[in-house]
Write a protein that binds this ligand. Structure first.
Ligand code: F6R
Length: 613
């Protein structure tokens, strides 16, 4: 939530910042701003709205300066408006600051500073921080870096910040705690950003700032890192693996559609080097040292939020079926505050696309403190979750920019499938022939996803019929239940149609009362363990005149007779159906949202990386 970007070098900062903000806009898009330093003149431009509104806002204004900071906001404290937009300025006017996170004790600091004559313009927690730094500079007579360090020592909460000071015009100071910050190191130039996407086109050399670290970036002395205790740290420079073309729309109208269509490749990438058909084995290098922990685990806990939680539910079915290990799937936000029973015998799998979700991070911390082993499944390399877990497997889906998660889900499910198969084989639960059959089936999934994608024209036709619905129901059983939840989430988050996902058999315990001729009911009715039961559920919907859109196995004729529309997917074992059946749901949500004129990639009120609880 909130994207921050900063530049110090020989070039004009503004074009670099604005381009960076466009890349970070998925993190928040209710206001945007930049501060530019030209010599000792510090200018701020900011306004409510998207980055494109900022671009219109600055037309004809002075944009010179080779040091600058930029921000795109997702409002927490104070409504989205011009005044609450970042950067925020100190009373003296010397300092400008951008912030991603929440300063929890801002109210008490604000009161104290108010008594000392500080006048606040905005409703934000962030503005308090810039006043505090300014106050410390004056009272303690210290430079910017030291004032930032002292200020952060009295702050409770999460932050990634970058601060400029017109009294020190060749310097910027950045710091982080619980919100991500990456520093790019180019030839005589430096970048800071919430993630590497604004940096990759300028340099591949980056340093991921650790919690409690402060980076002082100076034209003469370059990058120096120290921690809040004032101990110097040696920057650990890593090379980015990201490619620029993965950050572009590549001819698609929206990132979401591009990412849906990327799934044959992204699923393949999640398996690459891990699924070896020739040798008949699964090797997950990142968790190799923890294989025995899996094999001996008496229980697995899976934590995540939103779509990642849905992937975790598929994981529950996979581990229980293939490895016979009991699994509990927890919303990270509930788990962290529930005083859950966790101990050193537990293995916790934390799933997160961004690797920055605050609730998931807190759940990991809790489980870690109680001695559990934590395995991460993250998409973003170098993210906080990837770094705090004991071990893990990246999903390698490539950057996901559309706010609604699509390829991340299928990549997470692919990795969970590989893990469950690997553990099942090592435990001897899966026979050699069954294991090998499933490996082959998994290997065939990318081509089958491609076939499902080919049904897009038909899905668009169905979308047109139901685009004006006000409610929708999604039903599935077994492995298809989490997909029903995911289908409903996709529809509501981008098209704002109320939708609910239910286990098909639960329908008769309440939701059936909602069904009438206006209600589209999306049902996963593929051939498999609960096929006949789901067919009965479809009959129940039909008897109440609900409209049935069924996802069926290729060649199915029974459901075709009953349903208003069927979308065929290739045959695959039950355990792998989610990787195929979710695709029509992603596409239908996408097309309905486009037809309703919704902003698909940036749905209202949402942000991609939820770094606040
Ligand atoms: C839905 C969606 C969210 C995320 C959730 C967790 O399309 O994207 O529900 O899945 O915010 O995010 P990560 O996976 O980054 O932890």
């Amino acid at each position: 939530m909130c994207g921050i970007v900063a530049y110090l070098g020989d070039k004009e900062a503004y074009p670099i910042l604005i381009n960076g903000l466009r890349r970070l806009e998925y993190r928040g898009y209710d206001s945007a701003g930049v501060a530019l330093m030209n010599g000792d003149v510090l200018t701020i431009h900011k306004c409510q709205g998207k980055v494109s509104d900022l671009e219109s806002h600055v037309v004809g204004k002075s944009l010179s300066g080779s040091i600058g900071i930029g921000h795109t906001r997702w409002a927490t404290h104070g409504p989205p408006n011009d005044v609450n937009a970042h950067p925020h300025r100190s009373t003296s006017g010397d300092l400008a600051l951008i912030h991603n996170g929440i300063i929890e004790n801002y109210a008490s600091i604000k009161e104290e500073l108010g008594h000392r004559g500080h006048i606040f313009q905005s409703d934000t927690d962030t503005e308090v921080l810039v006043h505090l730094i300014d106050d410390i500079q004056r009272t303690e007579k210290v430079d910017l870096a030291e004032a930032v360090r002292l200020a952060l020592a009295s702050v409770v909460g999460a932050y990634a910040i970058v601060v400029l000071d017109s009294k020190e015009p060749d310097l910027m100071v950045a710091a982080r705690k619980s919100s991500p910050l990456v520093i790019g190191i180019g030839e005589g130039e430096f970048f800071c950003a919430s993630d590497a996407t604004p940096i990759v086109e300028h340099t591949k050399n980056v340093v991921y700032l650790e919690d409690g670290e402060i980076a002082v970036i100076d034209r003469t002395n370059g990058l120096k890192i120290r921690n809040v205790k004032n101990q110097e740290k040696t920057p650990f420079i890593q090379e980015l693996e990201m490619h620029l073309e993965t950050l572009e729309k590549g001819g698609y109208d929206h990132f979401m559609l591009k990412e849906i269509n990327e799934q044959p490749r992204s699923i393949r990438d999640s398996m690459r080097g891990r699924l070896n058909l020739a040798k008949g084995e699964v090797v997950l290098g990142g968790i190799k040292d923890y294989e025995q922990k899996f094999v001996n685990a008496k229980r697995i806990l899976i934590v995540g939020c939103g779509t990642s939680w849905h992937a975790g539910m598929v994981g529950e079915y996979l581990f229980e079926e293939f490895a016979r290990i009991p699994v509990e799937v927890e919303y990270a936000s509930e788990f962290r505050y529930r005083n859950p029973i966790v101990n050193e015998n537990d293995l916790v799998i934390a799933i997160s696309q961004s690797g920055e979700t605050a609730d998931t991070l807190a759940a990991i911390e809790l489980a870690k403190n109680r001695g559990a082993t934590i395995i991460g499944i993250c998409n973003v390399v170098g993210s906080s979750i990837a770094r705090v877990t004991h071990a893990g497997s990246y999903t390698h889906a490539g950057p996901e920019i559309g706010v609604a998660s699509t390829k991340a889900f299928t990549a997470q499910v692919t990795v969970l499938t590989l893990m469950a198969l690997m553990v099942g084989q090592k435990k001897g639960v899966l026979s050699g022939s069954n294991f090998y059959r499933l490996l082959n089936e998994l290997d065939a999934i990318p081509e089958k996803v491609q076939k499902v994608l080919a049904t897009e024209a038909q899905i668009k036709y169905i979308a047109d019929i139901y685009k004006d619905a006000t409610n929708a129901l999604y039903l599935g059983r077994g492995y298809s239940f989490p997909v029903a939840l995911e289908g409903a989430l996709k529809l509501k988050e981008i098209s704002y149609i109320h939708a609910e996902g239910y286990p098909a058999a639960e329908m008769k315990h309440g939701p059936i009362a909602l069904i009438d001729e206006e209600m589209p009911v999306f049902v996963i009715a593929t051939k498999g363990a609960s096929y006949e039961k789901v067919v009965s559920n479809i009959q129940e919907v039909k008897a109440r005149k609900g409209k049935i859109i069924a996802i069926v196995t290729q060649g199915d004729s029974v459901v075709r007779e009953l349903a208003d529309h069927v979308i065929e997917i290739p045959e695959t074992p039950d355990a792998l159906v989610p990787l195929l059946s979710v695709i029509p749901f992603q596409l239908i949500s996408y097309h309905i949202a486009v037809m309703r004129g919704c902003n698909v990639d940036q749905p209202r009120n949402l942000a991609k990386s939820v770094t606040v609880e």
